[in-house]
Every structure is written in structure tokens, then in C-alpha cells.
Design a protein around this ligand. Structure first.
Ligand code: HSE
Length: 430
């Protein structure tokens, strides 16, 4: 039998405990598939006494996770601490500098420092693997690195945050508003006590930054992403979307345009005919459009103990086999410093919902503001009459430049008959 791959795990939360369980439960299978045993040698976590339902009796406990980075009996450090700075970053840097391979699920760290960490791994000839950082159990990094490596990617998009997808799905199914559904999701443990990373789009943007690097051969550029969350999406918009033949999804999208690379995370109107419109609840999905392969879609669970542990262990089997590729598919020093295409240059169709006083001349003033920017209307809906005299008016446009849409929107928001901040949602053509 070949010598075992000796593993040190830092962080024993849900995912860490899942990796320990998977390694124990599938030990024989993994030894066959990895060509040698995958042996857990040491672990480190904040609280040793915490009840975890895993057997650590033959595993060394390190109070300081940094000890894993230099331990002579460890070949690969699995970083499951999280966070873009602090211990997680220091541990990964130190482990690579000490000649260890690194497997991490830390999307925030990769989004902020991915290029630099990939360069550090390559300099040492070590593997940096992060399948679990993006879309949980979906093997999308492997797909980009291996299965789709022959393609130029024109566009990539996905549902990258299960919490948001769950909230939007539940809002649609129950007709309830965002705040109510979020509170219920928190009570049920589906959403974090501080939900901002999820509902404000930051978590999805971290994942998009990593995917863009791998798909487009670009330096990881989190700061170049336009990010909006789902707090402003109302159940009324969700209902109108269905009526118009769309479903609202929080998507992360990246594509090459003539102005540079466009990366954005925001709620989108997705045509009901598009398969991604039907990815519901906590599920994630990623669509990759390659020039030779065409459109491919990957779906599965984006979080949770089993799916995330499955992704971490896939990376460990690669390390055991010595399967080695640059972290972002091309060598870190060849990743392109691509220009960021500004959102003002984004070209697309729009959904706009206004709450207006139901009186003569309002629609004409609204369409006048759009006409002034040469924005062409595709459809218009008006429904009912409320006690306050305000009614929703919904407009969809043909393709236009975002800058023009923003100028028109600013004029419309100032009209006396417009009662509240207009809601603008981009329509995606798939
Ligand atoms: N909080 C994330 C989600 C999972 O809701 O999808 C971990 O990235």
C-alpha cells in the first residue's frame, strides 16, 4: 500500500465535522480511488469540548491552527475556518510557504486574495484546491478546470446563494413579504442571525469572483463586481414577474463585453422557459456557455454538511493522486488583468414598477421620460385601485443602455404622482 496522504483540518464546524465523517465512513473506497489511504492526522478548532458527534480518538488536537501549517507529519492542510483575513489567511499562506498542499472552502479569502494565494501555491509547486468554496457540492471548479477546459467561455451565470433562492421561492409560493420570510428562515435555522452577507449579495459575489477567475482566465477581482441584494424585491414584483412570464432570481453573471469583463450580482427577471428559472429552494445552479460545448448547466445543493464535505474530499482525492493544475486553470502569473466593464455600459431590458397616483397624465409623463432617453417600451400593466389612490404600474422595456435607464428613472422618481422609490429589475435574455 502506498504511503497515506496525511491530513490536518482547521475548523470543525458543520463542514469540518462532515469531512471527518466522510473520511471515516468511506475510508476504504477513498483509499482505492485516491491510490493511497486518506489519513486524518490532526485537527484544530476553537472549542475542544464542543459536542460534535465525530470520533477524534486517534487524531491529534492542536490548540493553535497555525501548528498544522508547519507540522512535519502533515501533507495537506484543510482550511475550514472562513473569513477573508485573520487566521484563515495566515494559515493558508503559512501552509503553502511550508510546502503543504491546501484545500479550502473559503470563498471570501479567495475572492479577496485568490490570485496571490494561487501564485504562492504555484511558486512552491503545491496544490491549492477549493471546490467547496463555490456552490457547495456542485463540482463546478472541476468542470471549468477539466471537462470544459477546451472552451472559451462567453458567459457564465448562476444561482450562487441558497438562502436568497429559498427566500425568493418561499415569497413566491406563499405571497409573503421579504421581512416575514427572512424572519421565518432565521427561526428555522436556514438563514444566519446576521443575514447581510447572504441577502445583500456579498456571498454570491465572492463565489462569482472565483468562478470568473477560473472561467475567463482573469485575475480574481471582487472589487469589480456590481452587487445588489434582494431586500427591495417585494411579493408584488414576484407576482408581476409571473404574470409577465418571468421568475425573479438572484443571479451572479459574468461575461466578456467590448468594454471589458462584466461581473454583476443582482435580482434578475429570468424567462420561465429558461431551465435556471426552475431551480428552487436552497438549490444552486451554474450555467456555463462555452464556444464549442454550447450551454451546460450544473445544479445541486450549494451548502450543508454532506454536499460541502463531498467537495472537500474530492479535492483531497486529487491531492492524494497528485492531480495538479493551476488553481485558476491558467498559471497565476498569466491571469489577465481584464478591464472592468462599467454598469453604465450594461445593455439589457428592464422591468420597472412604480406606485403612482391614479390620475390623468401620469402614464404620459412616465413614457415621456423614457422617450427622452430613446427607451422603447415593450409592455405596460396597471392593476386595481388602492384605498390610498396609489396603484402599481409596471413597465418593461426593450434593450437599452443602463446609463439611459438610470437617467430616465431619476426623472420619473421626481414626478409628483410617483409615490415611492421605483423598483427596477434587470431582465435577462437566456
Ligand atoms: N450561505 C450560503 C448560501 C452557503 O446561503 O448559499 C455558503 O456559501
Amino acid at each position: 500500500m502506498n504511503s497515506p496522504l496525511r491530513i490536518g483540518i482547521a475548523g470543525l464546524g458543520t463542514v469540518g465535522a462532515g469531512v471527518v465523517k466522510l473520511l471515516a465512513e468511506h475510508g476504504r473506497l477513498l483509499a482505492l480511488r485516491g491510490g493511497r489511504p486518506l489519513k486524518l492526522v490532526a485537527v484544530s478548532a476553537r472549542r475542544k469540548a464542543k459536542k460534535r458527534d465525530i470520533d477524534l480518538s486517534h487524531v491529534r488536537w492542536e490548540n493553535d491552527p497555525m501548528a498544522l501549517a508547519t507540522a512535519p507529519d502533515i501533507d495537506v492542510v484543510v482550511e475550514l475556518i472562513g473569513g477573508s483575513s485573520g487566521v484563515a489567511r495566515r494559515l493558508v499562506q503559512k501552509a503553502l510557504a511550508s510546502g503543504k498542499h491546501v484545500v479550502t472552502a473559503n470563498k471570501a479569502l479567495l475572492a479577496m486574495h485568490g490570485t496571490e494565494i494561487a501564485a504562492a501555491a504555484e511558486k512552491k509547486g503545491r496544490i491549492l484546491a477549493f471546490e467547496a468554496a463555490v456552490a457547495g457540492g456542485i463540482p463546478i471548479i472541476k468542470a471549468l478546470r477539466e471537462g470544459l477546459v477546451g472552451n472559451r467561455v462567453g458567459r457564465l451565470y448562476g444561482i450562487l446563494n441558497g438562502t436568497c433562492n429559498y427566500i425568493l421561492t418561499t415569497m413566491r409560493e406563499t405571497g409573503r413579504d421579504f421581512d416575514v420570510v427572512l424572519a421565518e428562515a432565521q427561526a428555522a435555522g436556514y438563514a444566519e442571525a446576521d443575514p447581510s452577507f447572504d441577502v445583500d449579495g456579498v456571498d454570491a459575489a465572492h463565489k462569482l469572483a472565483v468562478l470568473t477567475g477560473a472561467a475567463f482566465g482573469a485575475r480574481v477581482n471582487f472589487a469589480g463586481i456590481h452587487v445588489e441584494g434582494i431586500r427591495h424585491v417585494s411579493s408584488m414584483d414576484i407576482e408581476f414577474a409571473e404574470e409577465l412570464g418571468y421568475r425573479i432570481k438572484l443571479l451572479g453573471l459574468a461575461r466578456e463585453t467590448r468594454h471589458g469583463i462584466e461581473q454583476r450580482v443582482h435580482p434578475c427577471m429570468v424567462p420561465l422557459g429558461a431551465p435556471i428559472a426552475h431551480i428552487e429552494g436552497v438549490f444552486n445552479a451554474v450555467v456555463v456557455e462555452g464556444d464549442f460545448v454550447g450551454t451546460t448547466m450544473f445544479q445541486g445543493r450549494g451548502a450543508g454538511q454532506g454536499p460541502t464535505a463531498s467537495a472537500v474530499v474530492a479535492d483531497l482525492v486529487d491531492v492524494a493522486r497528485g492531480r495538479h493544475m493551476p488553481a485558476f486553470v491558467v498559471p497565476a502569473d498569466r491571469l489577465a488583468d481584464k478591464k472592468v466593464s462599467p454598469m453604465d455600459r450594461h445593455v439589457g431590458a428592464y422591468y420597472m414598477r412604480l406606485m403612482v397616483q391614479d390620475r390623468p397624465g401620469v402614464i404620459s409623463a412616465v413614457s415621456g421620460a423614457l422617450a427622452k432617453e430613446r427607451i422603447s417600451l415593450e409592455s405596460m400593466l396597471q392593476r386595481g385601485r388602492s384605498q390610498s389612490g396609489e396603484v402599481p404600474v409596471v413597465l418593461t422595456t426593450h434593450e437599452t443602455e443602463e446609463a439611459a435607464m438610470r437617467r430616465a428613472l431619476a426623472r420619473i422618481a421626481k414626478l409628483g404622482a410617483v409615490a415611492e422609490e421605483p423598483c427596477l429589475i434587470r431582465i435577462e435574455a437566456f
